[in-house]
Design a protein around this ligand. Sequence first.
Ligand code: ARG
Length: 461
Amino acid sequence: MSNRMWGGRFATGPDAIMAEINASIDFDKTLYRQDIAGSKAHVAMLAKQGIIAAEDAARIDEGLDAVRAEIDSGGFTFSRELEDIHMNVEKRLADLIGPAAGRLHTARSRNDQVATDFRLWVRDTIDDLDSALADLQVALLDKAEAHAATVMPGFTHLQTAQPVTFGHHLMAYVEMIGRDRGRFQDARARLNECPLGAAALAGTSFPIDRFATAAALGFDRPTANSLDSVSDRDFALETLSAASIAAMHLSRLAEEIVIWCSAPFGFIRLSDRFTTGSSIMPQKRNPDAAELARAKTGRIIGALNTLLIVMKGLPLAYAKDMQEDKEPTFDALSSLSLVIAASAGMVRDLEPDAKAMKKAAGGGYSTATDLADWLVRVIGMPFREAHHVTGRIVAAAAEAGLPLDRVPLATMQAVDDRITEAVFDVLTVDRSVKSRTSHGGTAPANVRREIRAWRRRLAKE
Ligand code: ARG
């Protein structure tokens, strides 16, 4: 039997394999709420414009509510023969209200319908991701506040560089997530135009009101060009690229958590709630959530690549290739949502070992820059010379197997006789972080100020 929705010129039905390759219902049923909301806005506009009778519109509207209730309750039987969510909903509507259902598809096509549904879904998802990211920022702020003065080694090249505070380190992620949220908002602002009414590709001869449907669905305006309306997936691509960057940030945090809770580092401890054991090694406490957060980033970046590659060779306007936009986008954004929630959980859970961090902060001659700065400030050496003198003192300290603040004054004076006892004031890690008061520096007072500023910003949202 040929298809009831489009089978007028077909003598036979499709090959069995077509149901497999062509049907999208297994995944696009995710869009049912958006699909029904779009249809309700469309049918109200059709009636208002006098394109269909008010009684038909009322029956369609009620019928759509009934279909949504069936899907909500899990009582709906989806059919692959009906290909996708749009035709599953419309067919059920026809079962419920009879021939009036056939008027719903006046002046639209599945091409503008799916573009509208998908935009609505991406917009809803951006809003959910934004509040999850805000919650992660709060988790980071709380932990940063508790550890605004907890000293740890800062690294470059993963070599001990200069002491920083754990609070300062966590606040770096608050900044990153702030930019991530900004990127999602930028994508949302550009996304918020309504393709409904572009019809298949050329617009329609019916006197529709695209501004009314756009407004009813919370869009700022209708899209301007009908061809662009049905062939554009930039909104998904921009959202996936914002998601990829956010996931990349959370993957770096996850990697740091993995490193920090390894035995050789021992900087933090995750509780039993965020670790798993080994089936053979009884001592193990594995940071699986962090590892999975790191790994899921691959899926998210992969989805961005998938959609870019699907889109890159398509002539205008719609092509069925574009049906492949949904699975990677759904998968990537739900993976990101999982990663954000797991990251917030880990941040709240982790407890730093302040002693271990401080000990590590003092290793690796981390206050060498403080010594060089002292030579500049107190003795008036040019920085390049101070760098060289400090290098020689570090070499002497390494030779003697001593940390910098335990090198005898005489050894330092042998390198440069202008050095005095006062130099020892700047060689401890606490003095070092306290002195970093420049804008954006790691001094605990700065960190606390930044935390307060962020809390004010979040409270205003
Ligand atoms: N399931 C389709 C998709 O996701 C809906 C649009 C179908 N349009 C068409 N002309 N066959 O893209």
